[in-house]
Design a binder for this molecule. Structure first.
Ligand code: KG4
Ligand code: ZN
Length: 354
């Protein structure tokens, strides 16, 4: 079965072809980053209009890349939500119109399900069950994943998402939008502990997180540096701040991930979403283990290894491949339900198992 996947929830138009026998055959992406950069953030109306312009050429590009024709498509999967209403509608209208014209089913996909299944696109795939850490521009959540469609929310950020905190911090350091990736590159040049920022909710004994206070701590530090340096933030000090910010975020995510693994008893962690591209997170998680309290509560905790999976770098940020894949999995599971309506606000835990 050949599934065409359409992603248009925010500022990336992604199209891909996934074959249930042969795997991913083609995927193409257009990022609107440059278009939104001059406004310092995504302009929803511009995003919707650009998706409309890109969908047909990207689909034809994928068909050429896969050596396939429209008639070969067995189903059309699209991101139904969550995301920007107008941007979602562009993808939904296109997917529904194309599926109708081809006489094929349409498969609505939850954007976060796409992200959390994206590590399954790699050669070395995780087995169920696993803990998924979703870290994107809009969400920071821990999910217990027991199988396709079987997701339980374990905890989430009570305010800013991690990617959002990266982008806002980058902005206040004067880095161009979206600054998350740039901030993490500059963090490589920073000195350890030149600044130390708080680790919010580190000891909250649950899987809730908070990142907006961290951003405020950076703002306070930046104002102090500016006052001391004639209104400027020298490059080396900026790099130190980037490093301290990233270290604080990674510390919190590491501690909470360990807690999620202990709480569920799972020993597989899957990291998905744009912040999964972060080098420091990948590096720290490559050595992740959990300290399991000894039976009966006496003696030393036993360190147990954890298998950590990241999606291939190109599938970390928004893309059509993860939507085509999630659609194909749902098709195989006969979990298809044609729906034309979009769901701009749609918690992943509301998804129902067929
Ligand atoms: O998953 P994604 O592409 O879009 C959403 O669904 O939100 O995630 C985008 C987010 C942005 O906030 C971006 O700054 C962040 O992922 N991001 C990074 C890195 N690359 C992308 N954050 C930290 N380090 C990176 N290397
Ligand atoms: Zn996303």
């Amino acid at each position: 079965m050949l599934v065409l996947g359409i992603e248009s929830s925010c500022d990336e138009t992604g199209v891909a072809l996934y074959d249930t026998e042969r795997g991913l055959l083609a995927h193409q992406l257009h990022t609107q980053m440059a278009m939104h950069a001059e406004y310092g953030g995504v302009v929803p109306e511009l995003a919707s209009r650009d998706h409309i312009r890109r969908l047909v050429p990207l689909t034809e590009g994928c068909l050429r890349e896969a050596g396939a024709d429209y008639a070969d498509i067995d189903a059309v999967a699209f991101t139904q939500g969550p995301g920007l209403g107008g941007a979602l509608l562009a993808g939904s209208s296109y997917a529904n119109a194309l599926a109708f014209a081809l006489g094929k089913p349409v498969i609505p996909v939850h954007h976060l399900e796409g992200h959390l299944l994206s590590p399954l696109l790699a050669e070395d795939k995780p087995d169920f069950p696993f803990v998924a850490l979703l870290v994107s521009g809009g969400h920071t959540q821990f999910m217990a994943v027991r199988g396709m469609g079987d997701y339980t929310l374990l905890g989430e950020s009570v305010d800013d998402a991690v990617g959002e905190a990266f982008d806002k911090t980058a902005k206040l350091l004067g880095l161009p939008y979206p600054g998350g990736a740039k901030l993490s590159e500059l963090a490589k040049l920073g000195r350890p502990e030149a600044f130390v920022f708080p680790r919010p909710m580190l000891h909250s004994h649950d899987l809730q997180m908070s990142f907006s206070g961290l951003k405020t701590a950076v703002l306070t530090a930046v104002e102090k540096v500016r006052a001391e340096h004639g209104g400027e933030v020298p490059d080396d000090v900026r790099n130190d701040i980037c490093r301290a910010f990233q270290d604080a975020v990674v510390d919190v995510l590491t501690a909470k991930s360990k807690q999620a693994l202990l709480q569920t008893g799972f020993r597989t962690l899957v990291v998905a979403g744009g912040v999964g591209a972060n080098w420091k997170l990948r590096d720290t998680f490559s050595r992740l283990s959990v300290a399991v309290p000894p039976a009966g509560g006496r003696g030393k905790p036993v360190e147990e290894a954890v298998n950590v999976y990241f999606p291939p770098m190109e599938y970390c940020t928004d893309n059509g491949a993860m939507i085509a894949f999630a659609g194909a999995m749902r098709l195989q599971d006969a979990q298809t339900a044609a729906a034309f309506g979009v769901k701009p606000r749609w918690p992943l835990s509301d998804i129902v198992k067929a």
